[in-house]
Design a binder for this molecule. Structure first.
Ligand SMILES: Nc1ncnc2c1ncn2[C@@H]1O[C@H](COP(=O)(O)OP(=O)(O)OP(=O)(O)O)[C@@H](O)[C@H]1O
Length: 195
């Protein structure tokens, strides 16, 4: 209570409601938008794009062409793959590496794939990303081919290395270097945050 010179008691002055609402509502909206963005797939894509923009591709000129790696009796490779130079691996080798895609070797699940840990001849410990058969739409196959074309041209500390691929018997499989002990997100996003 505030006392005037005349001794009359006056109620304490508060901020006008309009100002309080005018400041609080935009502030809360901005905070909610930031939280939503932080957990959204857009942030992941944005981070990936920043890595690619900051680090232009290093084109590999001397790797063997994909077409040289395709066994004569296997399916013809996707057209997009012919434009790249990248090692393919046979399905029997991947089956052996993952213990016939054993449940015990599953280390992760993606939206369209299951990821297995494996020991692949010539590569050592690897992560095998096997696209789910029920997810193999034309779009997903296109994304798979694009991932091979793009990843075969990039080498960067923040990108998990794609070692080879397997496209046989309707299987679409990507073989990556195995990242030990930690979530991939930590590898992918950590350096971007430090910048
Ligand atoms: N190279 C790797 N080394 C170790 N673990 C891996 C590797 N790749 C994937 N994983 C494991 O699998 C999980 C899912 O992988 P990832 O995030 O690549 O799937 P995704 O991109 O969601 O899949 P999709 O393309 O099907 O949507 C990861 O969180 C991680 O635990």
């Amino acid at each position: 209570v505030i006392h005037t010179p005349h001794g009359e008691a006056q109620p304490p002055k508060s901020f006008p409601t309009g100002i309080v609402i005018g400041v609080t509502v935009p502030l809360v909206t901005i905070i909610l938008a930031l939280v939503a963005f932080w957990f959204s797939p857009w942030r992941r894509r944005w981070n990936r794009e920043r890595i690619l923009v900051d680090n232009p591709p290093r084109v590999v000129h001397n790797a063997p062409r994909v077409v040289d790696n395709v066994a004569p009796d296997s399916h013809p490779p996707n057209l997009a793959l012919l434009t790249t130079s990248f090692p393919a691996v046979g399905l029997p080798a991947v089956v052996q590496a993952t213990g016939n895609f054993s449940e015990a070797n599953i280390i992760g699940k993606g939206g369209f794939s299951v990821i297995y840990k494996g020991e692949l001849d010539g590569y050592g410990t690897v992560a095998v990303k096997r696209l789910k058969q029920d997810s193999l739409s034309e779009k997903i196959k296109g994304d798979y081919a694009r991932e091979i074309v793009l990843m075969s041209r990039f080498t960067h500390a923040n990108l998990v290395k794609l070692l080879c691929y397997c496209q046989e018997n309707a299987e679409c499989i990507l073989v990556y270097e195995f990242m030990r002990n930690r979530s991939l997100n930590l590898y992918i996003f950590a350096t971007v945050r430090r910048r």
